[in-house]
Write a protein that binds this ligand. Structure first.
Ligand code: SAM
Length: 294
């Protein structure tokens, strides 16, 4: 392992990217050298800086968020999100008196949160369950609020709270208070992913469900080769479509550095969840991970 002093010199100079890659293979907690540095895409940055840098990326893409997702996934993210919501199949059942308490973390755009509430209403006539939409970035939350206003359904609705919170901590959320915890395409941006998982476990009630949708590792060699070629052109697409090369470069690199399915499964178990499992979508381009707090 490189010593912090020499490592610092490297990260301050041009080849930070190369050094970053040295740590990319089994960096499940995405921290190195006693937690003083962490990855930001393929670069190593001081731990305290990462949140700010990630914030910059999402503030920059917030207003073009749909275009970004469509470009990155060729539009397939919409099918992945629908499948995620249908598979979870959450909502207060007609024979139950108790509404569910949902929390959607890193939920800025509101895509998942509104989709879950719509599903609960359409399938179970549930108009009582509540939703906390959490994001660390006020610009992304504003985007979600804007959509709620446009849909004229979840804006100024006592069932829905938009909250600026760090998903690693969730200090405004009581322990053992939530039935369903969702996080979609968000957790790979956390500085400390394991802290985020531990917090998910803390806020869920016993019996509560953790459900996560995230980019993952493609298992088919040919498909992976195709994706790698696509990933090379994505930052250029970002600069043409959104005049933003760097944010798209970060998003590609953050996908590359996220733990593979088995490592992430282990991390969910380490947080204390049971009945942990995952389902690969589109050859493992992304995966749904789940666990239950017992
Ligand atoms: C790619 S967007 C996903 C938005 C939405 N969940 C979806 O699936 O469309 C990632 C979100 O994670 C948020 N985020 C990143 N780090 C976070 C953290 N530590 N706590 C809470 N939100 C975070 C970003 O601000 C951004 O809104």
């Amino acid at each position: 392992m490189l010593k912090v002093a020499s490592f610092k010199n490297y990260v301050n100079f041009a080849n930070a990217k190369t050094i970053g890659r040295l740590f990319s293979s089994n960096n499940a907690l995405n921290k190195v050298d006693g937690g003083k540095f962490t990855d930001f895409g393929s670069k190593m940055v001081p731990l305290a800086e990462k949140q700010k840098l990630v914030g910059g990326v999402f503030s920059s893409v917030a207003s073009k968020y749909d275009i970004m997702n469509d470009v990155m996934s060729l539009g397939i993210h919409r099918c992945w999100k629908d499948h995620f919501i249908n598979k979870l199949d959450a909502g207060k059942r007609p024979n139950s008196d108790t509404p569910l308490s949902f929390i959607d973390v890193a939920g800025g755009s509101g895509d998942i949160a509104f989709g879950l509430l719509d599903h609960a209403e359409e399938k179970f006539h549930d108009t009582q369950s509540t939703m906390d939409i959490i994001d660390i970035n006020p610009d992304m939350l504003k985007e979600g609020e804007k959509r709620a206003l446009e849909q004229n359904k979840y804006y100024n609705n006592p069932r829905v709270r938009f909250m600026i919170q760090n998903g690693e901590v969730l200090d405004a959320i009581e322990s053992n208070s939530k039935d369903i915890y969702t996080v979609s395409f968000g957790i790979r941006n956390f500085t400390d992913i394991q802290a985020g998982l531990n917090t998910a476990h803390r806020v869920l009630k016993p019996g509560g469900i953790f459900y996560c949708l995230e980019f993952s590792k493609i298992e088919n060699g040919l498909v992976d080769f195709g994706y790698q070629q696509w990933a090379k052109v994505l930052p250029f697409m970002g600069s043409v479509i959104a005049n933003d090369y760097d944010s798209y470069q970060y998003l590609v690199e953050s996908i590359e550095r996220f733990p593979d399915q088995e490592t992430f499964k282990y991390m969910i178990e380490k947080a204390g969840f049971q009945s942990v499992g995952y389902e690969n979508l589109t050859f493992g381009t992304c995966a749904i991970h789940w666990g239950i707090k017992v």
